[in-house]
Write a protein that binds this ligand. Structure first.
Ligand SMILES: Cc1ncc(C[n+]2csc(CCOP(=O)(O)OP(=O)(O)O)c2C)c(N)n1
Ligand SMILES: [Mg+2]
Length: 614
């Protein structure tokens, strides 16, 4: 019996396949691809462009302004969808493609799904070198797109039309598997995009993807349960995996039933509502005093869905208890066994539910839980002082307070600069996903583009982006896309005239104030950037406010505004919240003419003694 086939170009097959991949969200079957972002050039306009046009009713195509920005938006869409849905991003060859490499790395670090479709050189080599082709003298198989290899979870170069079939099947496995999840790059040779093949119709059958929930191994599970029952001072660190597993409810039940304080990483923040009595807030370098005190004393850390990056572990100097055991509950073995942890490989939700049942009436010592509650009360007082309104040049924390008071229900989006640390400590997140920080790669320029992706994923939510002047300058052009798409963002721009957080880090490591704040840069003319005028030129409602009170009023006033709104406020580059925090390993020069560096080096060597190596 011969297979039924349909004659399509490779790009048409790709587009048609994407439209047939579905998932179920709240009982409703929806396309798993939320759309494609595209910037065309000779490397994709004729092939992929023609194919996307044909499916535009089923798979919308959005025009970005910058390849990195549009890919950020696509990645944010996936993060805001808890990885249940995702998008594609297609570029031309050469610069268009490579503009997307940083975004690929961002998705790779944060374990977020995106299908990257950069155009590539001619597979047939006929017209070589084509415009924008990188020529390698020693290896004919290399193209610029090889740069995607180390930052893709799966990479394939499509050099024959039929090759797209196994490549797309593998792509879908990677995009939907909770452990493997990350960016997939299918590098599409531009001649092959336009080549036809008789594809089997079965390739285009509808497929409904569901979340795989991995059950833990019986021995690992038993060992983890024993370790927990032995513990006197147990804590839970909730990472992004809690949100991606939609395990908030299971986490809350587990913590309540057994009296375990919970602390959250940047990716895991909003796993529990901020006002849940067991939520100690942020942990680590940007942690609350409540969480970090417990982390120092804990004899057992149940690390759920976290990569345990240095900001979480205080560069492995935070945990001081000599008998500390870490149970690594993670769907990815690479993370589960980190730093000598007892691995507990499994889905967060399913495993927490099973652990809860198996532990029965076991509870952490009442004294331990009580000391947690006391620590939280003390922290809340310190946090309240940091975010209280002021009439002076405000700190980031005071701006955060104003945003919180005016737009408490917003989804807060941020990525880099001084804000992430302050937000981690101070933002009071409500439900799961209401706090959206890209702090795995902490990419300047994610904020506004990311906000756009969040808004596309959650159009009925109020999306507030907080961004520094430095990040704004790096990548702001997706403001124009947000206007085009009617995707309203509220952008609060904190202008401290430079790279405030790096300036502070420079000072803390003994360095001279150099090349961070604009006043400390080499310049003939000190830049005076009119950010409000800049944003207005792209169509945004934009305004500079002179005080915290004005900001709060403007935030309330513009809540119903339908166009993207940019509110600019001057801030103090030197002030941060002193309460909380922990040491962070940043190597200080061993030799320097500066006495401040020598002093910082001494402190550094002392601090290194607390760092645990296993
Ligand atoms: C793409 C990129 N380049 C460089 C850095 C290093 N870096 C982190 S924060 C920062 C300065 C951010 O400045 P701004 O957005 O004004 O925030 P502020 O530090 O002033 O709060 C720099 C240069 C980065 N994270 N991302
Ligand atoms: Mg700044």
């Amino acid at each position: 019996m011969s297979q039924k086939t349909v004659r399509l170009t490779m790009a048409q097959a790709l587009a048609r396949f994407m439209t047939r991949q579905m998932t179920v969200i709240e009982g409703e079957k929806v396309p798993i691809f939320g759309g494609a972002f595209a910037i065309f050039g000779h490397g994709n306009v004729a092939g992929v462009g023609e194919a996307l046009y044909a499916v535009r009713d089923e798979l919308p195509t959005y025009r970005g302004q910058n390849e990195q920005g549009m890919a950020h938006a696509a990645i944010a869409f996936a993060k805001a969808s808890f990885r249940r849905r995702f998008m594609a991003a297609t570029t031309s060859i050469g610069p268009g493609a490579l503009n997307m490499v940083t975004a690929a790395a961002l998705a790779h670090v944060n374990r977020l799904p995106i299908l990257l479709l950069p155009g590539d050189v001619f597979a047939n080599r006929g017209p070589d070198p084509v415009l924008q082709q990188v020529e390698n003298f020693g290896d004919g198989t290399v193209s610029a797109n090889d740069c995607f290899k180390p930052v893709s979870r799966y990479f394939d170069r499509i050099t024959r039309p039929e090759q797209i079939m196994p490549a797309l099947r593998r792509a879908m496995e990677v995009l939907t598997d909770p452990a493997e999840c990350g960016p997939v790059t299918l590098s599409l040779c531009q001649d092959v995009q336009a080549e036809a093949y008789d594809y089997p119709e079965s390739f285009f059958e509808e497929r409904v993807w569901k979340t795989r929930r991995v059950l833990p191994d019986a021995d690992e599970f038993a060992s983890a349960a024993v370790a927990l029952q032995k513990a006197k001072k147990p804590v839970i660190i909730a990472g992004g995996g809690v949100l991606y597993s939609e395990a908030s409810e299971a986490l809350r039940t587990f913590a309540e039933n057994h009296g375990l304080p919970v602390m959250e990483t940047q990716a895991g923040k909003s796993s529990l509502p901020h006002d849940h009595y067991l939520n100690m807030g942020s942990v680590g370098v940007t942690g609350t005093s409540a969480a970090n005190q417990l982390a120092e004393e804990a004899d057992l850390v149940l690390a759920v869905g976290t990569r345990l990056q240095d900001f979480t572990t205080g560069s492995w100097a935070l945990f001081r208890n000599e008998d500390l055991e870490i149970v690594g509950l993670n769907v990815q073995p690479f993370d589960a066994g980190k730093h000598g942890a007892m691995p507990l490989v499994g889905d967060a939700r399913t495993t927490l539910e099973a652990l809860d049942a198996s532990l029965g009436g076991w509870q952490a010592d009442q004294d331990w839980t009580d000391s947690a509650l006391k620590g939280k009360a003390e922290w809340l007082e310190a946090a309240g002082r940091a975010t209280a309104p002021t009439n002076e040049l405000p700190s980031d924390a005071q701006v955060i307070g104003a945003v919180q008071r005016a737009r408490d229900n917003a989804i807060l989006v941020c990525a880099a600069g001084g804000l992430p640390g302050e937000l981690h400590k101070l933002w009071q997140a409500r439900g799961p996903g209401s706090y959206h920080l890209e702090y795995g790669f902490s990419t300047m320029g994610y904020e506004i583009a990311g906000g756009l992706g969040v808004k596309l994923a959650r159009p009925y939510d109020d999306v507030v982006v907080m961004v520094g002047d430095g990040s704004y300058m790096m990548l702001n052009s997706e403001i124009a896309s947000s206007i085009m798409l009617g995707a309203k963002l509220t952008i609060v721009l904190l202008d401290n005239a430079g790279y405030g957080c790096i300036n502070r880090l420079q000072m803390a490591t003994g360095g001279a104030n150099f090349n961070n704040l604009l006043k400390d840069t080499y310049h003939e003319v000190l830049p005076q950037i009119d950010f409000a005028a800049h944003a207005a030129s792209m169509g945004a409602v934009a305004r500079k406010v002179a005080s915290i009170a004005e900001l709060e009023a403007a935030l309330k006033e513009t809540e119903r505004e339908t166009r993207t709104t940019v509110l600019v406020i001057d801030t103090d580059p030197l002030i941060t919240t002193e309460a909380g925090g922990a040491w962070w390993d940043v190597a200080v020069p061993e030799v320097s003419d500066r006495k401040q560096v020598n002093a910082a080096r001494k402190d550094y060597e002392q601090a290194l003694k607390d760092q645990k190596h296993v």
